[in-house]
Design a protein around this ligand. Structure first.
Ligand SMILES: Cc1ncc(COP(=O)(O)O)c(C=O)c1O
Length: 346
């Protein structure tokens, strides 16, 4: 019945559109880039029995590039194309990424006929590098910065060198690009619209803080009462200098945590910050797999670990949403390898 009512409306709409005569070809299916977003929100009732509080996971692996970074990449690239900063067939995108943004950019740049040089570090898996190369990207690996012992300063230094030497180079600069954050107004809108009422808590992993900022801005703009819990890595400096006990903690799981304060960060975005270790991430991932049959990436394990820990302070009957930024396929040799876990944690 619904389709028979819709058909005359569609025909009338075609007739009223002078650009689309009746015999025009039918609208085409969406292209691959148009499938970014609208990811599923799934109940995590087995891991978090709803008698206590309800938890949903926003499964960002369903984006075509496999992670939440598809949203940021599309937002940044499409804005630069619209302003003419990027020219198809001419420009080369240069960016530093630990993997997921690189893959997202590789797909977008291939789609829009743009070059891509992605600067990565040794934590980036051979599989991620291979995916970027398959899309036609050039991948450069840098070593730790001798002064700080971190990778990020080396990656940024190399990006600046490339910007000076590569013709028509453009740096989206995910750590400072407002379009990265803006993409996540939509992420939060999807969560809000998928539930009968706004969630009481949103658990979000923080790296560039684009997701955190975009979601928090939507929450403020819509006047929602959702409390934002930012999940960071032990040893990261995003929300302030590490405590003495955090020093010396080696972060090997990419995604959340940063060695510099991201320029996108604003004060007051998070109501609470929870810091997790790499081992917490592994435990969180393995629990998601064992109880929910979800093969999730490291930062999903981080937010899961934070939620498991939050059972002590979240009020009964609350609704929580955990953003699960990517899938576990890219972590089979680390988080899901018993050999790796044993060698790393004993
Ligand atoms: C797997 C994963 N989790 C979390 C994040 C952090 O998201 P954001 O950069 O929006 O803070 C990233 C960013 O690259 C990521 O790849």
């Amino acid at each position: 019945m619904a389709s028979s009512a819709a058909a005359p409306r569609a025909a009338a709409a075609r007739r009223s559109d002078p650009a689309r005569p009746d015999d025009a070809p039918r609208p085409s299916h969406p292209d691959i880039i148009a499938t970014i977003g609208a990811t599923p929100l799934v109940a995590l009732d087995r891991l978090f029995p709803p008698a206590r509080f309800q938890v949903y996971g926003k499964c960002e692996r369903f984006n075509p590039g496999g992670s939440i970074k598809d949203r940021a990449a599309r937002s940044m690239i499409e804005h630069a194309l619209s302003t003419g900063e990027l020219l198809p067939g001419v420009s080369t995108v240069v960016e530093s990424s630990s993997g997921n943004l690189g893959i997202a950019l590789a797909q977008l740049c291939s789609f829009h006929r743009l070059g891509l040089i992605c600067v990565v570090d040794p934590r980036t898996t051979p599989q991620n590098t291979a995916i970027m190369r398959a899309y036609g990207a050039t991948v450069e690996t840098v070593d730790r910065d001798p002064e700080s012992g971190e990778y990020l300063p080396s990656r940024i230094r190399r990006v600046h060198e490339l910007l000076r030497t590569v013709p028509d180079a453009y740096w989206p600069n995910q750590y400072g690009n407002e379009d990265n954050a803006r993409a996540h107004h939509h992420t939060m809108r999807e969560i809000h619209e998928a539930l009968p009422k706004a969630p009481d808590y949103l658990f979000v992993a923080a790296g560039t803080t684009g997701t955190l900022r975009g979601c928090a801005e939507y929450i403020t703009a819509e006047g929602l009462r959702t409390q934002v819990v930012a999940v960071d890595a032990v040893g990261s400096v995003i929300f302030g200098p590490p405590e003495p006990w955090e020093r010396g903690h080696r972060r090997t799981i990419p995604g959340h945590g940063a060695a510099v304060v991201p320029p996108l960060l604003r004060t007051g975005l998070a109501d609470r910050v929870v810091k997790v270790t790499d081992l917490d991430c592994v435990r969180g991932c393995r629990q998601l797999l064992a109880k929910e049959s979800i093969l999730a990436g490291g930062s999903s394990g981080a937010v899961t670990a934070a939620l498991l820990d939050a059972a002590s302070w979240i009020g009964p009957g609350a609704t929580c949403v955990a953003i699960l930024p990517d899938g576990g396929d890219r972590y089979l040799d680390t988080i899901y390898s018993d050999t790796w876990v044993e060698s790393r944690f004993g």
